[in-house]
Write a protein that binds this ligand. Structure first.
Ligand code: GLC
Length: 561
């Protein structure tokens, strides 16, 4: 298929992530979705011991940190984003001791550990919510959630017109202890995920304590789920229109990105800063603009936020360039690093998302997109399996699906299981090393074709996507111009080609001591190109030596200058 050149520069020693101040500014952070990463006990569901056993793989891949999606006690109505006990590990994932061992062992390997915190809502099985239900209308425990009487003569209509992200109304009616219809409660996601009321001091105190609990366990930061949702507009006003899901991340909404959330993050920052070693907060914040996102990253708030505008830019040179510029320009005034992400557990994997013309093209573009992302200044998020070039699984039978929005109408597409299929590690029989026994179970079935995409199958094959990621991450550690800084210098390039120079400057004298050029040919045809330096890495197609060359179609190349 393709050949690439890897000739790492040896100008600077890679620094140990454990010792580096500002480690998070250019960190590559690898998302583990625990259910689907590695299953140590053979029950078909991934677990903490499984993750632990694969930590050396992550170290060798060359990432700086691991972000673990929730592994807390949960009925799993939303893959663990419905937390029943924020201080306990769900038995399906293991024990607190396993979590402790995992954190220690990761640190021993030079990997940081970021955990999810889910403060917008809990599980309907959470003790507070169960007690609030039992105690009935008027219980002070109901102040910790949004309980309201219904509208209409018999209270039969929801208190306002808000819609759940997963479809249907954002309200569910309760039953009184005597069996009669009672108040309604708000849930922006599934009915099993009641929203907390962040006006309640008890809620604020509880989360400060939960943060400390995990910080004391040694974690290096939090990914904050639905960080933009905690505070709702006073009086919970109607939206006045349907189809609210389509406005997410594009317009001001009474339940998202309210200015009141920032006070919460200022208080959280105080807690993070009490601990040594730069513990970080990463916002999952869907806001209408990069500027609104930057508000979460002011010096006394959080450290990073996901860049969903970049994820949504697709395979389009102008849109990508705009997304890069907008993010860098918005982050510079607040001094926060930009972040870049192509896939996560909520979206169609980019090897499929970017494919207009079949899986081969999808993989070619995905490889090019990865090298583009890893050449940008700031921090990059990888989603487990993208380093294997895994595609979305689009033909899961309905009976195995678990995404809660699949079961509700007019919500998020409901197809998030297709990016959560367990990882193929080795062997020739499913679950391909995901579980301990060949032929054993996996909670979602893996396609037969994944045998050839396993870690084992790709390791040592210089043309594989896994080796491309390994080379790129090794170069990123060794080459000072990658990751650092907050600028790209765009170069003149033909239509459909993005090219930029990255310059690393010394901290003392500000002098350039490393330059790199990255060019992405987004078009479907090779483009004439003057070689700017020594080729380091190409996502596809070998580069002939000499001054003039052809940049292959849908390919990214890095050169040291
Ligand atoms: C976030 C999570 C998603 C979850 C939702 C509700 O968007 O990434 O998986 O369903 O929050 O917690």
């Amino acid at each position: 298929m393709t050949q690439y050149l890897a000739e790492p520069s040896t100008e600077t020693e890679p620094s140990s992530p454990a010792e580096r101040p500002g480690w998070w500014r250019d960190a590559v952070i690898y998302q583990v979705y625990p259910r689907s990463f590695a299953d140590s006990d053979g029950d078909g569901v991934g677990d903490l011991q499984g993750i632990r056993s694969r930590l050396p793989y992550l170290r060798d891949l060359g990432v700086d940190a691991v972000w673990l999606s929730p592994f807390y006690a949960s009925p799993q109505a939303d893959g663990g984003y419905d937390v029943a006990d924020y201080r306990a590990v769900d038995p399906v994932f293991g024990t607190l001791l396993d979590a402790d061992e995992l954190i220690r062992e990761a640190h021993g390997l030079g990997l940081r550990v970021i955990v999810d915190v889910v403060p917008n809502h809990c599980s309907d099985q959470h003790d507070w919510f169960q007690r609030a239900l039992r105690e009935g209308t008027g219980s002070p425990l109901r102040d910790r959630f949004h309980f309201r009487p219904g509208r209409g003569p018999a209270g039969q209509d929801p208190p306002n017109d808000w819609e759940s992200i997963f479809g249907g109304p954002a309200w569910t009616r309760t039953e009184n202890p005597d069996g009669s219809p009672g108040e309604w409660y708000l849930h922006l996601f599934a009915p099993q995920q009641p929203d907390f009321n962040w006006e309640s001091p008890a809620v604020r105190d509880e989360f400060r304590s939960v943060l400390r609990y995990w910080l004391d366990m040694g974690i290096d930061g939090f990914r904050i789920d639905v960080a933009h949702g905690l505070v709702k507009a006073a009086g919970l006003p109607d939206m006045g229109r349907a189809g609210q899901l389509h406005l997410l991340g594009t317009q001001a909404l009474p339940f998202f990105d309210q200015d009141g959330v920032h006070e919460i993050y200022r208080s959280w920052r105080g807690i993070l800063d009490e601990y040594p070693g730069e513990r970080i907060g990463v916002a999952e914040a869907w806001t209408p603009s990069a500027q609104r996102t930057a508000n979460y990253l002011r010096a006394d708030e959080l450290h990073q936020a996901f860049n969903f505008h970049y994820l949504g830019a697709g395979w389009d040179a102008d849109a990508l360039r705009r997304a890069v510029d907008e993010c860098l320009d918005a982050m510079r005034p607040v001094g926060a690093p930009s972040t870049w992400v192509l896939s996560n557990h909520d979206v169609v994997r980019h090897a499929t998302r970017l494919a207009a013309d079949g899986p081969e093209q999808g993989l070619r573009r995905a490889r090019a997109a990865a090298l583009l992302m890893l050449a940008l200044p700031g921090s990059a998020y990888l989603y487990q399996g993208e380093e294997l070039g895994l595609p979305e699984v689009t033909d899961l039978p309905d009976e195995v699906r678990q995404d809660p929005s699949f079961f509700r109408d007019n919500g998020q597409d409901g197809l998030r299981d297709g990016c959560r299929v367990p990882i193929p590690w080795e062997g020739t029989e499913a679950p391909y090393g995901f579980g301990p026994v060949a032929g054993g179970p996996s909670w979602l079935p893996q396609p037969d074709s994944w045998r050839d995409l396993s870690v084992e199958a790709q390791s040592g094959d210089p043309e594989s996507t896994l080796e491309l990621y390994r080379s790129a991450l090794a170069l990123r550690r060794e080459h000072p111009a990658l990751g650092a800084g907050d600028r790209v210098e765009w170069l003149q390039a033909p239509d459909g080609v993005l090219a930029f120079r990255r310059t690393a400057r010394g901290p003392g004298d500000g002098r350039a001591h490393g330059e790199l050029v990255c060019a992405v040919n987004l078009t479907g045809a090779p483009v004439r190109w003057t070689v700017p330096g020594r080729p380091l890495l190409s996502s596809g197609g070998s580069l002939p030596p000499g001054e003039a060359a052809e940049l292959p179609a849908e390919t990214t190349v890095w050169w040291a200058v």
